[in-house]
Design a protein around this ligand. Sequence first.
Ligand code: C5P
Length: 343
Amino acid sequence: MSTTGAGGARVHFVRLAPAKLNLTLAVVGRRGDGYHALHSVMVPLSLGDVLTVSAGPARATHDSLRITGLTMPAAPDNLVLRAIAATRAQIAATWHDAPDPPPPLVARLAKRVPVAAGLGGGSSDAAVAIDAALAAWATTLDPEETGALAASLGSDVPFFLAGGAALVTGRGEFVEALPDIEGEPPAVVLVSPRLPLATSAVFKAYAGGARWRDPGRAMEISNRLAAQMRAGLTGAALMVLAEELAAANDLRPAAASLAPGLADLATALQKLTGRPVGQSGSGPTLWSFYATVAEARHAVRFLRRAAADGRLPLVGIGEPLVAATIIAGRQQPRTTRPGADHR
Ligand code: C5P
């Protein structure tokens, strides 16, 4: 395996795993397999985790993962380890050293995106883990195989493989790439209560009846936004849509039913900032748009003070994570030749 560069130095494959924002999220029905069919316009954010993967030491018997930054367990069910194992299984049949499997890898994850927050943190890590593992083993998969592998790891993972704005349908496995936002994309303030919400629990609450009174509204807005983005939408035009986008997430009532105080937090944020406040994915992360990163950073400082002095209601344990970021463009195709990522 050629995961050492010239002179025998270990090669590290470094990948940015961006968070995502659901600009819209319409639930359009229940499928035969129990999943919900969705219609969601999603964009990557510049906020992201950083995953580094390299070959394990010669004596290693299993993959390892070390996590820094936001605390979360590096347990075997961590999506990075699951993604590496699933990738190994996928390539095992054609592996050049078969019957020996592709060798163990060492992964390090600098975690900045909260998990179970509606930002796709775990799914994005899984998508880049597939890519980095393939690079570390100096092999590739067909796009269809990679897509199926991604979908087997989670409904949001195929979106992250696509690397840019997209309309996502099915349970998440159909990804139509959309053009980047034109001109300056909006900056985004994220307010993420420290209350993890499992996607499964939110969909269960939705299935149990926690829904908007007007069921078709999110779909109508989502359809319109997808058409506008296909035709080319500027950042300024997207800012104008903030109010209707804030109403275009069908999982909001379900998240609110599981997170006491979330609806009050959204109302307080709206009053304090004078801006529409939306929810990303299954929540509980809330978002608002700003024309520039400087304005968003100013809002972050203001909102952190408001959280500290009680003007923002507490949801979960402690003050929320408040961060400024920006909608990101499509990632450039990566070079996965061994050595190219050498740090
Ligand atoms: O695919 P993922 O592991 O992210 O999904 C977690 C859970 O959320 C699923 O087991 C399912 O209960 C629910 N879900 C759903 N419809 C989707 C995505 C997820 O019902 N489109």
